[in-house]
Design a protein around this ligand. Structure first.
Ligand code: CU
Length: 166
Protein backbone atom coordinates (compact mmCIF):
# COMPACT_ATOMS: atom_id res chain seq x y z
CA UNK A 1 0.00 0.00 0.00
CA UNK A 2 2.63 2.50 0.96
CA UNK A 3 4.69 1.76 -2.16
CA UNK A 4 1.84 2.52 -4.52
CA UNK A 5 1.20 5.81 -2.74
CA UNK A 6 4.77 6.97 -3.15
CA UNK A 7 5.03 5.84 -6.75
CA UNK A 8 1.97 7.70 -7.93
CA UNK A 9 3.16 11.26 -7.15
CA UNK A 10 6.56 10.55 -8.72
CA UNK A 11 4.94 9.55 -11.98
CA UNK A 12 2.83 12.69 -11.93
CA UNK A 13 5.90 14.89 -11.37
CA UNK A 14 7.88 13.12 -14.09
CA UNK A 15 5.01 13.55 -16.50
CA UNK A 16 4.75 17.25 -15.74
CA UNK A 17 8.47 17.63 -16.27
CA UNK A 18 8.31 15.90 -19.64
CA UNK A 19 5.45 18.16 -20.70
CA UNK A 20 7.44 21.26 -19.75
CA UNK A 21 10.51 20.02 -21.57
CA UNK A 22 8.54 19.24 -24.71
CA UNK A 23 6.81 22.63 -24.62
CA UNK A 24 10.13 24.44 -24.25
CA UNK A 25 11.70 22.49 -27.09
CA UNK A 26 8.75 22.97 -29.41
CA UNK A 27 8.51 26.72 -28.82
CA UNK A 28 12.22 27.36 -29.13
CA UNK A 29 12.97 25.30 -32.20
CA UNK A 30 10.46 27.03 -34.47
CA UNK A 31 12.54 30.04 -35.47
CA UNK A 32 14.11 32.04 -32.65
CA UNK A 33 16.69 29.48 -31.53
CA UNK A 34 17.91 28.55 -35.00
CA UNK A 35 19.08 31.99 -36.08
CA UNK A 36 21.25 32.73 -33.01
CA UNK A 37 22.89 29.32 -33.23
CA UNK A 38 23.80 29.84 -36.87
CA UNK A 39 25.24 33.31 -36.22
CA UNK A 40 27.22 32.15 -33.20
CA UNK A 41 28.69 29.26 -35.14
CA UNK A 42 29.67 31.71 -37.87
CA UNK A 43 31.40 34.05 -35.42
CA UNK A 44 33.18 31.24 -33.63
CA UNK A 45 34.48 29.88 -36.92
CA UNK A 46 35.77 33.34 -37.90
CA UNK A 47 37.57 33.82 -34.57
CA UNK A 48 39.20 30.42 -34.75
CA UNK A 49 41.64 31.34 -37.55
CA UNK A 50 42.80 34.49 -35.69
CA UNK A 51 43.47 32.65 -32.45
CA UNK A 52 45.31 29.89 -34.26
CA UNK A 53 47.38 32.39 -36.23
CA UNK A 54 48.33 34.32 -33.07
CA UNK A 55 49.44 31.15 -31.35
CA UNK A 56 51.41 30.24 -34.44
CA UNK A 57 52.97 33.71 -34.41
CA UNK A 58 54.00 33.50 -30.77
CA UNK A 59 55.53 30.09 -31.27
CA UNK A 60 57.62 31.43 -34.15
CA UNK A 61 58.37 34.74 -32.37
CA UNK A 62 61.66 33.43 -31.08
CA UNK A 63 62.92 33.09 -34.63
CA UNK A 64 61.63 35.86 -36.87
CA UNK A 65 59.26 38.39 -35.26
CA UNK A 66 61.27 39.22 -32.17
CA UNK A 67 61.39 42.93 -33.10
CA UNK A 68 57.60 43.36 -32.96
CA UNK A 69 57.11 41.56 -29.64
CA UNK A 70 58.72 44.19 -27.34
CA UNK A 71 56.71 47.04 -28.88
CA UNK A 72 53.40 45.27 -28.33
CA UNK A 73 53.92 44.04 -24.79
CA UNK A 74 57.28 45.29 -23.60
CA UNK A 75 58.04 45.82 -19.94
CA UNK A 76 57.33 49.21 -18.40
CA UNK A 77 60.50 51.25 -18.18
CA UNK A 78 61.17 53.65 -15.35
CA UNK A 79 62.57 57.14 -15.80
CA UNK A 80 63.53 59.34 -12.89
CA UNK A 81 62.59 63.01 -13.15
CA UNK A 82 64.11 65.34 -10.58
CA UNK A 83 62.50 68.75 -10.35
CA UNK A 84 64.21 71.79 -8.89
CA UNK A 85 63.86 75.56 -9.42
CA UNK A 86 63.57 75.73 -12.31
CA UNK A 87 64.70 72.66 -14.18
CA UNK A 88 63.55 69.15 -14.92
CA UNK A 89 66.36 66.60 -14.92
CA UNK A 90 65.51 63.29 -16.57
CA UNK A 91 67.59 60.17 -15.96
CA UNK A 92 67.59 59.48 -19.68
CA UNK A 93 66.98 61.39 -22.86
CA UNK A 94 66.77 58.27 -25.02
CA UNK A 95 63.23 56.98 -25.51
CA UNK A 96 61.78 54.23 -27.67
CA UNK A 97 58.05 53.59 -28.14
CA UNK A 98 56.58 51.86 -25.12
CA UNK A 99 55.22 52.36 -21.65
CA UNK A 100 57.17 54.47 -19.20
CA UNK A 101 56.68 55.24 -15.55
CA UNK A 102 58.13 58.61 -14.63
CA UNK A 103 59.29 58.56 -11.04
CA UNK A 104 59.04 62.26 -10.23
CA UNK A 105 60.93 63.67 -7.27
CA UNK A 106 60.52 67.23 -6.15
CA UNK A 107 64.05 68.07 -5.11
CA UNK A 108 63.32 71.77 -4.93
CA UNK A 109 61.77 74.03 -2.32
CA UNK A 110 58.60 74.99 -4.18
CA UNK A 111 55.62 72.89 -5.19
CA UNK A 112 56.03 71.27 -8.60
CA UNK A 113 54.26 68.76 -10.81
CA UNK A 114 55.09 66.92 -14.01
CA UNK A 115 53.06 67.12 -17.18
CA UNK A 116 53.67 65.17 -20.38
CA UNK A 117 52.02 66.23 -23.62
CA UNK A 118 52.49 64.63 -27.03
CA UNK A 119 51.04 62.05 -29.43
CA UNK A 120 48.23 60.30 -27.54
CA UNK A 121 49.33 61.66 -24.16
CA UNK A 122 48.16 64.63 -22.08
CA UNK A 123 48.75 63.68 -18.48
CA UNK A 124 49.96 65.35 -15.34
CA UNK A 125 50.75 64.41 -11.79
CA UNK A 126 49.01 66.19 -8.97
CA UNK A 127 50.95 68.96 -7.27
CA UNK A 128 54.03 67.57 -5.56
CA UNK A 129 55.12 69.33 -2.39
CA UNK A 130 58.81 70.01 -1.79
CA UNK A 131 60.62 66.82 -0.90
CA UNK A 132 57.76 64.60 -2.05
CA UNK A 133 57.48 62.38 -5.10
CA UNK A 134 54.85 61.03 -7.47
CA UNK A 135 54.64 58.74 -10.45
CA UNK A 136 53.19 59.22 -13.89
CA UNK A 137 52.77 56.31 -16.31
CA UNK A 138 52.38 57.02 -20.01
CA UNK A 139 52.59 55.10 -23.26
CA UNK A 140 54.89 56.91 -25.67
CA UNK A 141 54.72 56.58 -29.44
CA UNK A 142 57.20 57.81 -32.01
CA UNK A 143 57.28 61.58 -31.93
CA UNK A 144 58.17 64.53 -29.74
CA UNK A 145 56.78 65.00 -26.25
CA UNK A 146 56.86 68.03 -24.03
CA UNK A 147 57.71 67.36 -20.39
CA UNK A 148 57.05 70.37 -18.21
CA UNK A 149 55.95 71.65 -14.84
CA UNK A 150 52.37 72.98 -15.03
CA UNK A 151 52.61 74.87 -11.74
CA UNK A 152 52.31 78.65 -12.12
CA UNK A 153 54.82 79.93 -14.70
CA UNK A 154 57.46 77.27 -14.01
CA UNK A 155 57.38 76.08 -17.60
CA UNK A 156 58.34 79.55 -18.81
CA UNK A 157 61.04 79.73 -16.15
CA UNK A 158 62.76 76.70 -17.61
CA UNK A 159 60.96 73.59 -16.39
CA UNK A 160 60.35 72.43 -19.92
CA UNK A 161 62.08 69.52 -21.63
CA UNK A 162 61.41 68.14 -25.08
CA UNK A 163 61.97 64.43 -25.50
CA UNK A 164 62.11 62.57 -28.77
CA UNK A 165 60.74 59.05 -29.00
CA UNK A 166 62.10 56.98 -31.86
CU1 CU B 1 57.38 73.65 -10.94
Amino acid sequence: MSQSFTRFPMVAIAGAGLALTLAACGGGSSSSSSSPSSSSSASSSSSAPSSSSSSAGSSSAAGSSSSSAPAAAGPTKTVTANEVEFKIQLSTMTFTPGTYTFDVKNGGSATHALKIVGPGVDKSTSDIAAGKSATLTVTLKSGTYDVNCPVANHKMLGMDVKIKVA
